[in-house]
Ligand binder design. Structure first.
Ligand code: GTP
Length: 213
């Protein structure tokens, strides 16, 4: 599941997924990898936000995923809250080679989502650029513990190599579809009138395990 694109067909379910985090952590590249299985070296910085659509099939249901890419640059931060609305999956991205990008999840991005986001959402903390594991500045254990603290899933990915990118989205979508708050959300929406394989550290030289907690 997760790799079939039925774009153009009316979906049974629509899910908005928003990626947030500092500039340069690789949000655009993660989305491009998932959406088109492509990697672009040095895409231009995102201005404001943009979105792509991917349709997948789960249990014979067509799920449309609206992938929202947000700008990490400071000058766009005030716009961020607009992208949190109706985002029932929020992915906090940091760059494993940049400690500050992880710290800013704690000081900027998570507090923002708490303040302006939906009351219930599936959250994930994701360390990108895993291909640069030897330059790691953020310890996996520390990031995993923080994810656990805020009730988020955790994963290390590489948009460049594609490691864990599909499984990240597949797992979060399944988590959302099976979440106890989903029925509640559907009721709320009605009321508003709205209609791979996991790569582990074992496959890397460090031979440590990784994955969702
Ligand atoms: P803003 O749009 O400014 O918020 O940045 P962003 O978070 O969308 O980052 P973007 O996807 O533009 O990537 C920033 C830089 O990191 C680019 O030079 C990418 O080529 C590089 N990059 C992204 N993902 C990876 C990765 O998995 N590995 C490596 N080595 N580089 C990556």
């Amino acid at each position: 599941m997760g790799d079939e694109d039925n774009s153009g067909i009316d979906p049974d379910e629509n899910i908005k997924v928003t990626l947030i985090g500092c500039t340069g952590v690789g949000k655009t590249c993660i989305i491009k990898r998932y959406h088109l299985n492509e990697y672009i070296e040095n895409p231009p910085p995102t201005c404001g936000g943009s979105y792509s659509i991917k349709q997948i099939t789960i249990n014979n249901k067509i799920i449309q995923i609206d992938l929202w890419d947000t700008a990490g640059q400071e000058r766009f931060r005030s716009l961020g809250k607009h992208f949190y609305k109706d985002a029932y999956i929020v992915i906090f991205v940091y760059d494993i080679t940049n400690k500050e990008s992880f710290e800013e999840i704690k000081t900027v991005w998570y507090p923002n989502v708490k303040e302006f986001g939906e009351k219930y959402s599936v959250l994930a903390v994701v360390g990108n650029k895993w291909d640069l594991y030897w330059k790691e500045e953020v310890k996996e254990d520390e990031a995993r513990a923080y994810a656990q603290e805020i009730g988020a899933a955790f994963m290390l990915v590489s948009a460049k190599d594609g490691d864990n990118v599909d499984i990240l989205f597949d797992t979060l979508v399944k988590k959302y579809l099976g979440s106890p708050f989903k029925e509640q959300l559907n009721e709320m929406k009605k009321a508003k009138g709205k209609t791979g394989k996991l790569t582990t550290r074992k496959t890397r030289k460090k031979k440590k395990k990784s994955g969702f907690c």
